[in-house]
Design a protein around this ligand. Structure first.
Ligand code: TXA
Ligand code: MG
Length: 313
């Protein structure tokens, strides 16, 4: 398949592709998304093929206004509170779905994930397409999410009809996913909006426990975000072991990188790019220090834990 590259002022043509049931990759403030018309089942099915996504992993539907949310889902009062505070932005809400949302989007669930991105290009594309856009992260399943055009191109050129070329994703990790369809409300995936900020609006939201996740959010059970290099994550108590491991592995001839995490948006912004750059350089081992799981630190540590080959404590 030939993949057309669009500039950000060329969105009419990209929107036309979405309307005709094709796949178009677009930028968002979190990571790039691999989009299709959310109301067209055959278009939605193409997403799973293009990125090798397991069929039981539901998609997030991206909207540009509240009317679209109301068309797709039953909006409870608590959802309105979060939408008022954090939309447009990196927060996805799980709501009870209406009939127009097919089970191809939700992987058979009665709930649907919805988010209004803040990126101008994403919003404009949805508006021009005149339909909500279903989109997972624009990477081959299991690989680190794509946060710039090059990442998208490497993974998906030839597998999608279009890619909108734009700047690097600001935040660099995916949206926070909050399930509002049963109590207690659960943060199923930490992301761009911190748990502390969500709790300022709805104090009862809490982080999922491991045993709660496999039935609530099918996607979370898969190995994710992994570079080819093996990641060793050193918990706080093991921090001083990093240089010991580094010299030992180097003395055995391995290509080793130490990645210094910090609890900051600069760190989330570059995390997936670091993983991909190290792969390009043939790194065998990445040694990473743990950081505090406050603010954006919770999302960063969630991604690193999922990508880790071994956790050393
Ligand atoms: O920032 C983001 O969220 C990016 C951009 C493109 O918007 N998208 C993204 O999509 O990360 P994806 O498909 O890589 O991750 C979606 C997550 C998965 O963990 C999936 O299981 C969960 O959302 N999810 C989707 N629908 C769900 C539902 N109905 N119930 C529970 N979890 C759901
Ligand atoms: Mg993903």
């Amino acid at each position: 398949m030939e993949t057309k590259i669009f500039e950000k002022d060329d969105l009419e043509d990209a929107a036309r592709l979405i309307r005709s049931g094709e796949l178009v990759v677009f930028p968002t403030e979190t990571v790039y998304g691999l989009g299709a018309d959310a109301l067209n089942s055959s278009a939605v099915k193409k997403i799973f093929v293009a990125k090798n996504r397991p069929q039981d992993n539901p998609l997030i539907v991206h909207v540009c206004d509240i009317a679209q949310v109301e068309m797709l889902a039953h909006v409870c009062d608590d959802a309105k509170l979060l939408m008022d505070k954090f939309w447009p932005g990196p927060l996805t809400l799980i709501l009870s779905k209406k009939d127009c949302v097919s089970f191809d989007v939700t992987a058979g669930l009665d709930t649907v994930a919805i988010r209004m991105p803040s990126n101008d290009v994403a919003l404009k594309l949805i508006e021009l397409a005149r339909t909500p856009i279903a989109a997972p992260s624009a990477n081959i399943s299991g690989r680190p999410s794509a946060t710039n055009f090059e990442h998208v191109f490497v993974d998906l050129n030839g597998r999608v009809s279009g890619i909108i070329k734009h700047e690097e994703s600001l935040i660099g990790v995916e949206s926070s996913v909050v399930d509002l369809t049963s109590k207690p409300y659960l943060l199923l995936r930490p992301g761009g909006v911190s748990l502390e900020d969500i709790q300022k609006v709805l104090p009862d939201v809490r982080l999922f426990r491991k045993e709660e996740i496999s039935n609530k959010s099918p996607g979370m059970k898969y190995k994710h975000y992994s570079p080819r290099a093996k990641i060793f994550l050193f918990e706080d108590s093991a921090k001083d072991k990093i240089s010991e491991f580094e010299s030992d592995l180097k003395s055995k001839g391995f290509n080793v990188k130490v990645l210094h995490l910090s609890n900051s948006v600069e760190c989330s912004h570059s995390l997936f790019d670091d993983f991909r750059r190290y792969d390009k350089r043939g790194v065998d081992y990445i040694l990473i220090n743990a950081i505090s799981e406050k603010g954006i630190g919770l999302a960063i540590m969630n991604r690193v834990r999922k990508a880790a080959y071994k956790i050393i404590s």
